[in-house]
Ligand binder design. Structure first.
Ligand code: ARG
Length: 462
């Protein structure tokens, strides 16, 4: 009879594990999050053991029923997790003993915690990747919604944070749609690589039992079993890929947040947020601060940190399993939680942003943002080389600057001082809206392009 209070290895040990190491070395407080994956995988494993006549069917069936019962207990928060049993795998096995007696002893046939933990963890990362993709989809939908309302909202586009060329606010927002769409594909791509079942690799060398790894792989929702048992228990690429995908996505959202912080600043005043997205100051009564955007930006550091930590844990690790690997889960769970919150906040932020149309238009008209349009006009209409046209346009900018005028306020007479052969038709190139709509090259900011893209995005999101 197995003693339910002792560790599974107690017969081999003269002393029990030190109290402090028990506390520090136990992962139960972290990996209990894997309980449903662990129970699912154990049930499939047991089904296979029964099917291949590796264990008696009646014990196997008791195991499966016992596992179902444990799952319900944990679901209801009625399971007492014990540090003494280290992790979720042994906590469940011990509980199974308590519930069904010695039949529980058949469950761990032909497997090790080494393949068990990677199986559970991969299942968790797969599920969580899909949850992140769901949040991403929601955010992309909201971006398209607000873009659709702002196709003809003209703002200054910046390079080096200096006014560069007029753009549509919708086009600016949809740039983030593209980034997030790549993030989504990056997460999907990581699922493809992850889709091989570790179960059956056992401790590191495989097993002498007549197991059916293809059966367990299929039942667990993997494409196929992994090819090499040693690689299987050592590999954490899938966790690294996940954290990398999270880091890149967080980086994109951080840029969006940073953009919003700048555009919302008192110096710019190009966008406003609903009060729901702002906090006040304890001392300055006038303040309204964009805290959620700042948290989105700041927490990207957490996502980078998790990626960095796991890469460092892995870099000097000999093949195959070492306890170092246990800490992979806390990193991935934290990375997931952080990004999920960041996505939720980004979603709220997008829904609560309002462009200051008047100020956007005003600012789009300052900084000589149509100087390129004028040069392009000379190239197209007067057949000048671009460099020649660029020179003339620069001189006009200098003139406007000296006379404190925006380009659209220059008269035909003034313009003709720099290039004689001009008529009133040239004046339209200084209109920022015309400038936006002239950018009709594929991927450009014209309303026509944006309208087409929005239609495509809506179809893609269905
Ligand atoms: N709790 C362990 C982990 O998360 C499970 C694997 C234990 N294997 C071992 N040989 N100690 O990595």
């Amino acid at each position: 009879m197995v003693n339910k209070n002792k560790t599974v290895w107690s017969n081999r040990f003269k002393n029990s594990t030190s109290k402090s190491f028990q506390r520090i070395g136990a992962s139960i407080n972290v990996d209990k999050r894997l309980y449903s994956q662990d129970i699912f995988a154990s049930k499939i494993h047991t089904q296979m053991l029964i099917k291949n006549k590796i264990i008696p069917s009646k014990d196997g069936k008791k195991i499966i029923r016992g596992l179902d019962k444990i799952k319900k207990q944990i679901d209801k928060g009625k399971f007492n997790f014990k540090e003494k049993f280290e992790d979720i795998h042994l906590n469940i096995e011990k509980k199974l003993y308590e519930n069904i007696g010695n039949s529980a002893g058949y469950m761990h046939t032909a497997r090790s915690r080494n393949d068990q933990v990677v199986t559970d963890f991969k299942l968790w990362v797969k599920d969580s990747t899909l949850l992140i993709i769901k949040e991403l989809n929601l955010l992309m939908k909201n971006i398209v919604n607000i873009a659709e309302k702002n196709i003809s909202t003209v703002m200054p586009g910046f390079t080096h944070l200096k006014n560069a060329q007029p753009i549509s606010f919708a086009h600016y927002l949809l740039a983030y749609y593209e980034m997030l769409n790549r993030d989504k594909k990056r997460f999907y791509n990581s699922l493809v690589l992850m889709n091989e079942s570790p179960l059956g690799a056992a401790a590191l060398s495989g097993t002498s039992y007549n197991i059916d790894r293809t059966f367990t792989a299929k039942k667990l929702g993997f494409n196929k079993p992994t090819n090499n048992s040693i690689d299987t228990v050592s590999d954490r690429d899938f966790a690294i890929d996940f954290l990398y995908c999270c880091a890149v996505c967080a980086m994109h959202l951080s840029r969006l947040a940073e953009d919003f912080i700048i555009l919302n600043s008192d110096a710019y005043q190009l966008i406003e947020f609903n009060d729901k997205m702002l906090t006040g100051s304890s001392i300055m009564p006038q303040k309204k601060n964009p805290d959620p955007a700042e948290l989105i930006r700041g927490r990207t550091g957490i996502n980078y940190g998790k990626l960095n930590s796991i890469l460092t844990i892995m870099k000097g690790l000999p093949i195959s399993y070492f306890k170092d690997l246990q800490d992979d889960k806390a990193l991935v769970f934290d990375g997931f939680d952080t990004l999920k919150d960041t996505l939720i906040m980004s979603n709220e932020l997008i829904k609560n942003v309002k462009p200051n149309n008047k100020r956007m238009l005003e600012m789009a008209n300052t900084g000589y943002t149509t100087a390129t349009d004028f040069a392009d006009y000379l190239v197209k209409e007067k057949k000048l080389s671009f460099r020649e046209a660029y020179k003339i346009s620069s001189k006009i900018v200098n003139y406007a600057e000296k006379n404190k005028k925006t380009l659209d306020k220059l008269s035909l007479k003034e313009l003709k001082k720099f290039y004689k052969d001009l008529n009133y038709k040239v004046l339209k190139v200084f209109n920022v809206k015309n400038s936006v709509n002239s950018k009709n090259s594929f991927g450009g900011t014209s309303e026509k392009n944006i309208t087409k893209m929005i239609k495509k995005y809506k179809k893609d999101l269905k």
